[in-house]
Design a protein around this ligand. Structure first.
Ligand SMILES: NC(=O)c1ccc[n+]([C@@H]2O[C@H](COP(=O)([O-])OP(=O)(O)OC[C@H]3O[C@@H](n4cnc5c(N)ncnc54)[C@H](OP(=O)(O)O)[C@@H]3O)[C@@H](O)[C@H]2O)c1
Length: 261
């Protein structure tokens, strides 16, 4: 049976108006910024995260986005994205979804000779299995031209000592991105990933031990742009990947040029 080619869409964020985007990891950082941007573009936004109180605050935040004139409510669904049954419930509650962005995922560090197997398994579960399970739940539900966008990190190609398990797990997500772009192409579903440098989110503040704005500014001076990226700067990349129906299997670096030095 022949499958119709990928539909043509305008490769501009305007293409997302009226579309539904599920943001898994949408209560904080890059996911929350993506929710805000998507709403300002007229998309219907569904945010997913585990902590209900933080999720409710994120929904309220997105609802208050200036210039969002459409009436669609922002939906928040509390769930653990690593659990297939929970993911099934998420998709049922969300209704028809066009694009999925996955920003959920931890980054456990530890040296080779002192990381217990359970921690290595955790790294794989939270990253690789998390992405795999989302793709498995999303693939049969997405329309032609729909997309899944995963997140990776600069450490996948420029690792530091003492983070082998986490780096291997994010590298696996990049490989998964390309494998699924091929496997899901007959459904006309696209799969991409963004490889991030350091952005000013709660996760990065914790990792850098930078609790205050001054500490963040100090940490950012070492980076090529002289500062950390903002969550909105990070969130613009997955929005591009969702919008352009001719991008699939791409892993795009968004790191302020940090991969060059
Ligand atoms: N910020 C950076 O500098 C940077 C750099 C490289 C890569 N990244 C990657 O980019 C992604 C987003 O980072 P971020 O800085 O925005 O992180 P963040 O601020 O910590 O946000 C992570 C979000 O994911 C949710 N989440 C985590 N585990 C989940 C699960 N099992 N099920 C559902 N939701 C879950 C969290 O909410 P709950 O905890 O309530 O579930 C939260 O909403 C991460 O994968 C991170 O590793 C970030």
């Amino acid at each position: 049976m022949s499958v119709a080619p990928m539909p043509v869409s305008t490769p501009l964020p305007a293409a997302l108006a009226g579309r539904t985007v599920l943001v898994i990891g949408g209560s904080s950082g890059i996911g929350l910024a993506a929710g805000e941007l998507l709403r300002s573009l007229g998309a219907r936004v569904v945010l997913v995260a585990r902590d209900k109180a933080r999720l409710d605050a994120a929904v309220a935040h997105c609802l208050a986005v200036p210039g969002a004139t459409h009436d669609d409510p922002v939906l928040g669904i509390a769930a653990d994205a690593g659990d297939e049954l929970e993911l099934d419930r998420v998709f049922q509650q969300a209704g028809p979804v066009d694009h999925v962005l996955v920003t959920a995922g931890g980054f456990q560090v530890g040296p080779l000779d002192a990381t217990p197997r359970a921690d290595v398994q955790d790294a794989v579960d939270s990253r690789l299995w998390g992405a795999y399970a989302v793709a498995r739940a999303a693939a049969p539900r997405l329309p032609a031209g729909g997309s899944i966008t995963f997140t990776s990190g600069l450490y996948a190609t420029r690792p530091l000592p003492g983070m082998a398990a986490a780096v291997a797990a994010i590298g696996a997500v990049e490989a998964l991105t390309k494998a699924l772009a091929v496997e899901l192409a007959p459904r006309r579903v696209r799969v991409n990933a963004v490889r991030y440098g350091v952005f000013d989110t709660p996760l990065a503040r914790g990792a850098l031990g930078a609790a205050t704005d001054e500490a963040v500014a100090e940490a950012g001076r070492a980076f090529l742009p002289g500062r950390l990226g903002t969550p909105a700067e990070a969130a613009a990349a997955p929005i591009f990947l969702m919008s352009d129906n001719y991008v699939s299997g791409a892993v795009i670096p968004v790191d302020g040029g940090q991969s060059l030095v």
